[in-house]
Design a protein around this ligand. Sequence first.
Ligand code: PMP
Length: 430
Amino acid sequence: MLTNLEFDRQHIWHPYTSMVDPLPCYPVQSANGVELQLTDGSKLIDGMSSWWAAIHGYNHPRLNQAVSEQLAKMSHVMFGGITHQPAIELCRRLVAITADELECVFLADSGSVAVEVAMKMALQYWQAKGQTRRKFLTLNHGYHGDTFGAMSVCDPHNSMHRLYRGFLPDNLFASGVDIPFGAKWNENDSSLNHFSSLLQQHHTDIAAVILEPIVQGAGGMRFYHVNYLKQIRRLCDEYQILLISDEIATGFGRTGELFACQHAQIVADIQCMGKALTGGYMTLSAVITKRNIAETISQGDAGCFMHGPTFMANPLACAVACASLDLLAENRWQQQVKNIAVVLEQELRPLAESPYVQDVRVLGAIGVVEMTKPVNMASLQKFFVRQGVWIRPFGKLIYLMPPFVIESEQLCRLTHAIAEAVSRPDVVFG
Ligand code: PMP
């Protein structure tokens, strides 16, 4: 009989991992606060928040309570022809905490599905107005998920486009947004020229612009200048193109604002949220739109928006999302994120001196150390686990986005492990 790890290796797909020569997997037995406990009893401080999601840490009594109270009432019921308190309560809150103009909420299953929903909404919006629009305009280095619509607006130079060429819709990609967040703005910056010329050329065929506001996550952890976002909003208004903001990674405080669009004081027409929505407890996403979009879609030929997943508005997920939003407010997330930013800045900034480091950047509760070349994930991860921390690098990037509840000493364990690694090219590059 195979051991658990042997079975896992031979029979179970992991994200972006070979079934022939998989990278090692670490067996987690439980997770509590900001620590993951492995089956051998060792504890790792979590620097990843399970990919942006677990902002309040793990096994939180309040989140547990919300799930178990809801479980005792009903775990799931279809949303077609039925509604329920957890969904109503959650949507009330989402309407309240997002910009005033965002009013109508669609609850979906995951981030990628939220992006599909947003794109379908944009297409149906134009159909309802009697126009066929076939393209989306987006930015290079973006990432929006792994389903087909979402992949079609991910950075065109990564392998996903090459792999599915011929099947993926052909969209438009603007280069640029090269001035970093917080850097001096250059009035004569030409980066937006490409964006605006694509818009000018194709605006009658573009359904929407879709982007990650301020922070481009999985496409390279790049933080771009607020003026790009302001200008893009202005251009979308000028050409009357919808703007879809993918706040799936940035939403719920991670960048220092509740939603990253607020850095630029702009409001998208359609906003996607996911990940931290449930405090990382379970999968749920939400798409919120301006009322005129919902109304236009509803007045089209179809008479409705054509999407309705089986687990739409799952009551357990909605209940835990409400509890997570309560915690966010009570815990004073702004202060938590500020404290994390101060430590990340203090501890990571000096690493920029290393000849192996290309750049260090910090925004809110996100800290990134970009190395000069791709890291050896297996050797670096093993090193981090030995140091008692959970940090999962990718490409040239070693980065932290810890739970908001992390204490400074715990955060320093993470940053010190990175500092240690950076001084060991044999470990980092393998
Ligand atoms: N958009 C962004 C900006 C993301 O970071 C992600 C996930 N990394 C997604 C969409 C897709 O979300 P999910 O993995 O929940 O499908």
